[in-house]
Design a protein around this ligand. Structure first.
Ligand code: DLZ
Length: 291
C-alpha cells in the first residue's frame, strides 16, 4: 500500500540548507524527525497531503514545488516578514511575486528564499469546490490576541504545556506582544483568572493550562469538577473561547507523556483549538454582517 511521498532536496551548501530550514520552519509546517549523521543532516517538513503530478504539454514553470495552503494572504504575510528579517530592504521585495489568479480558479504567488530556489504558494478560490460548505475556523492566529493562564503547581509539566502552546501560537502567526501569559498558583485558581481576563474583552481567546495528579491530589474529583465547570462557565458567560488544557492524570509519568513526550503536547493542542475558535468567531461575525 502506498503510504506517502518524500521529495528529497539536497542543499547546495550548509548555508542554503540553514536558510531553507529557517524559511520552512517559519511557515508552520509540522516537523518531521530530523537526522544528523557524520556531516550529513536532514530536516523533514510534513504536510497533511501530498501528491505526485505528471504533466504533459504544460510550459515549464518557475518551480516544481507547489504548496497548497489555506489563508494565502496570511501565508504571504509570514513570508514577507521572513524575507524582511533575513534579507536587505532592497532585496526582500524582489523575492516574492505578486499574487495572481490562475486559470484553474485559484490564486498563487511565488517566493524565492534562496536565489534560484522558488516555491509556489496557492489556494483554491473555493476550497471545497462545490461540496457543501461548512463554516470552520482556520489555523491562522494573525491579528488575534490570546491570554494563557498557566498553573505553577506541577510546573515541570505546565512549563512544557506552555512551551507547546507558545510554539503553536507563534508558528500560526500570533505576535509575541499579543500573547499574554498569566501565572496562577494551581489549577484551582485557573477559572477565576480566566474569567477576570476574559471579562476585559481585551483578548480573543483564553488558553488554560494545568495538571491535576490523581495520586497526589486530595479531593481530586472535587477540584477537577470545579476547575472544569469554572472554565466552561467563564467561556459561556463571557463569550470568549476558552481552550481546556488542564491535564488530569494518574501519575507524573502519564502527564509528561501528554506534555511533549509520547502522547503529543496538550498545550499545543489547546492553543490550536483556541486559534480555530477565534477564526470561527470572526467568520460567524463576517457572515452575519454580510447577510
Ligand atoms: C493543593 C493542590 C494539590 C493537592 N494538587 C494540585 C494538583 O495536582 N494540581 C494543581 O494544579 N494544583 C494542586 N493543588 C493546588 C490547588 O490548585 C490550589 O492552588 C491551592 O489549593 C490553593 O488554593
Amino acid at each position: 500500500m502506498i503510504k506517502g511521498i518524500t521529495l528529497v532536496r539536497p542543499a547546495s551548501s550548509p548555508a542554503v540548507y540553514d536558510t531553507l530550514v529557517s524559511f520552512f520552519a517559519a511557515l508552520g509546517f509540522e516537523d518531521g524527525q530530523s537526522w544528523n549523521r557524520e556531516g550529513d543532516r536532514g530536516r523533514p517538513f510534513l504536510a497533511p497531503l501530498g501528491n505526485l503530478e505528471f504533466v504533459d504539454g504544460m510550459k515549464q514553470g518557475a518551480t516544481d514545488t507547489w504548496i497548497e495552503v489555506t489563508q494565502l494572504d496570511a501565508v504571504r504575510g509570514v513570508i514577507e516578514h521572513w524575507l524582511a528579517t533575513n534579507l536587505s530592504a532592497a532585496e526582500a521585495p524582489k523575492r516574492i511575486s505578486e499574487t495572481a489568479e490562475t486559470f484553474w480558479k485559484s490564486r498563487v504567488f511565488t517566493a524565492e528564499p534562496v536565489p534560484g530556489i522558488v516555491y509556489a504558494f496557492w489556494e483554491w478560490d473555493e476550497p471545497l469546490r462545490g461540496k457543501p460548505v461548512a463554516l470552520a475556523g482556520d489555523l491562522s492566529a494573525e491579528g488575534a490576541k490570546f491570554a494563557i493562564i498557566v498553573a505553577r503547581w506541577n510546573s515541570v509539566i505546565t512549563d512544557r504545556l506552555l512551551e507547546g502552546a507558545l510554539d503553536c501560537l507563534y508558528r500560526s502567526g500570533a505576535r509575541k506582544d499579543e500573547v499574554h501569559i498569566l501565572r496562577v498558583p494551581g489549577a484551582w485558581e485557573i477559572p477565576a483568572a480566566a474569567r477576570k481576563v476574559a471579562e476585559t474583552k481585551l483578548v480573543d481567546a483564553v488558553i488554560t493550562l494545568g495538571v491535576l495528579l490523581r495520586g497526589e491530589t486530595a479531593h481530586y474529583e472535587a477540584i477537577y469538577n470545579e476547575v472544569s465547570r469554572g472554565i466552561g462557565q467563564s467561556q459561556q458567560e463571557t463569550g470568549i473561547p476558552h481552550a481546556f488544557g488542564v491535564l488530569t492524570c494518574e501519575t507524573l509519568e502519564q502527564a509528561l507523556d501528554r506534555a511533549g513526550l509520547k502522547a503529543g503536547n496538550k498545550g499545543f493542542e489547546a492553543a490550536s483549538a483556541a486559534i480555530e475558535m477565534v477564526s470561527l468567531n470572526r467568520k460567524i461575525d463576517q457572515k452575519v454582517a454580510s447577510e
